[in-house]
Design a protein around this ligand. Sequence first.
Ligand code: SF4
Length: 442
Amino acid sequence: MSKKIFIKTFGCQMNEYDSNRIFDAVKEIGFIKTENLEDTNCFLLNTCHIRDKAKEKVYHEIGRVKKNFRLKKKPLVIVAGCVAQAENEEMLKREPYIDIVIGPQAYHKINDKIEEYLDKQKKLDETEFDAISKFDYLNKLKNSSNKVSSFLTIQEGCDKFCHFCVVPFTRGPEYSRPFNEIINEAKILAENGVREIILLGQNVNAYNNENYKLSDLILEIEKISDINRIRYTTSHPRDMSEDLINTYSISKKLMPLVHLPVQSGSDKILNLMNRKHLIRDYIEIYERLKIINPKIEFSSDFIVGYPGEDENDFNATFDLIKNIKFINSFSFIFSPRPGTVASNLNLIDKKISSKRLEKIQKQLSDNQISMNKSIEGSEIEILVENKTENGQSFFGRSEYMTPVIFDGSNSDVGNLIKVKVNNSNRNTLFGESLKNLEQKVA
Ligand code: SF4
């Protein structure tokens, strides 16, 4: 019988990267990927613990699979990712339909665990922290990603312990992969057809391996001629080092969108969150980068309604959003994560938090709309990723990650091309490829 795996991924880009690498691993023991749940004999759910009700979402999803297979042979059910790490054997007790629980630092053991389960039919929980062995194993497997824009994990875990965040508990301490391994993987990705690399880490700008920094990686990857664009995420203001800031003046391929989570505009709240920096440090980074390249724009993450946030604190966040004109940002109402310091704090009134969220989301949306409007009529360079689903147009992204829909041709996919932007809405730019425009005029 053929082995077919259906992988469903929740959450961040790192989970997306991990799911691809898990597939690279299980291919070794004969699995092929299926997009059809009905057809699968192995269901793997890669979970995320960052957002509200993460655990319940997992049980809900498993319930759906269970329902689907009510009259059929049950597939092997694996729960991976951060919820698996946080809940471990509790999951096996609460939902007997789950067969294997595996944490993010144990993916190198996935094939052994699957074979052990198939052999002994005994439930398994594998949630040790062992990032070194994991990457040693994954390095031996060719990264098969061939999307025009692909992720590359360079760092995992975090030592910062912000009071609201589970990452230090679910992904473990900071670990930076060796420099050469990353460069080799970047070369493989380029050979696969990848043209944009997004370097990933929970604390990506804390990357440090044998004194190689994130800036060294960017400048080395830039030498790979087939790679046209480089991005990185997610970073911490405290690790925006001098060398990284200067890389924006040297690099020709590092994109001018800096995703730098600030969470709040109030020093009081930053202190309560244990973020270990002040707003003036953040503004200084912003100003230095703007001097280096005025084209640079910022995006960020915001937590609204953190315990202790009063009207003044909220207004400070609102003013920061207006002043920096953040684009492409994420904002959420604080929700407590079990096991974190903030999980024991008194929540502020939900209605107040909702109103505050609405207000900053409106401002973020206005920022995005005016940014997009300001581009209308100009010619921009985009990296073409694919044809749109309806097959009528093509999809690419601007330097600022903004989706661009335009009239291209198949040969544009994977290339940087110039597009004239005719129109926009909050999320998307609409345009025509200059090549097509010139042909029309000729
Ligand atoms: S720096 Fe980021 S990953 Fe680390 S604890 Fe804080 S929010 Fe979580």
